[in-house]
Design a protein around this ligand. Sequence first.
Ligand code: GTP
Length: 371
Amino acid sequence: MTSESHVEVASDPDVTSSVQAVVLVGGKGTRLRPLTLSAPKPMLPTAGVPFLTHLLSRIQAAGITDVVLGTSFQAHVFSEYYGDGSKLGVRLQYVTETEPLGTGGGIRNVLDDLTADNILVFNGDVLGGTDVREILTTHRNSGADVTMHLVPVSDPRAFGCVPTDETGRVTDFLEKTQDPPTDQINAGTYVFRRSVIEEIPPGRPVSVEREVFPKLLSEGRHIQAHVDHAYWRDMGTPEDFVRGSADLVRGIAPSPALGDRRGESMVHDGAGVAPGAVLIGGTVVGRGAEIGPRARLDGAVVFDGAVIEAGAVVERSIVGFGARIGPRALIRDTVIGDGADVGARCELLRGARVWPGVQIPDGGLRFSTDV
Ligand code: GTP
């Protein structure tokens, strides 16, 4: 509702000179368990590449090449996959917290690797379409200590609610409030003056949302909002992960990492799809996966090497690496862990989660007595 209040300026190509990016990727991703037991959330495959690749490509496309990854949980997975970042056209550095320091502590912890005056900070689990140069332009024009990207959402209660004044200046920061005064929420991308990062206490866990922003506001410091209506989704829950993946497959969510190969479904190398199988709703089938005859996949995310047997139905669900869904099973709004085996005719509905390697026998779990 207050989107008119943002500073309207055309983005300037020079705005990215002397800017570094920090991406926070050290979270445990508990809401996406069990998938995040074996892989960090930003490394889960989405439309054929780790989720983080979409974000790094967006950073690179904006002309920013100096990127620091703030890692903690399963830190080695990132460096083993991305190395020095040259394949994506960026220069990647890794800074690892031995104990997770939280979102604010994670930003403070990379300070030694920051030489630029202005630092773009990203939560590593946001799928977005905003041109980050426009956020930097707002930051430069307002002269703020911090510029915060905000998006309007229909239900702000699960997010940081951020009211602003008529000039777009942030007036309050209400993390997960039941009574939100505005629909504008913290979109998880910020520009910090380097000097503000120096003020974050070192060596202990700090939440940027619960500690740093409230403190800056209480001191009367200038936090400027950049509000827009570009595509935005926090990929932290199974529902959002499934939706975001489908939006990438169908071209609703932009990503410089994907070419024009968008459509109702995406089938990756080495996967087999039997005749009569139906793949719709932004379904993605990973490398080496097998889809049996007459299987119906609608908004399904099938990781590499998984098997969906004949006549099974998979809707708005994630099927982990190497898992198997038996013939005529029904999987809806469910997460199936890596290597799990769901027997024939089983029904798994409404938020069910099957842990890795679990075996459910044929007909072993149903929500009705229909055969
Ligand atoms: P949940 O456990 O499901 O809430 O997920 P999460 O652990 O990823 O937390 P959240 O979604 O709130 O984190 C937002 C972003 O900050 C994600 O990209 C996380 O990877 C990152 N993050 C969260 N905690 C830390 C931390 O302690 N250190 C670092 N470096 N990053 C973190």
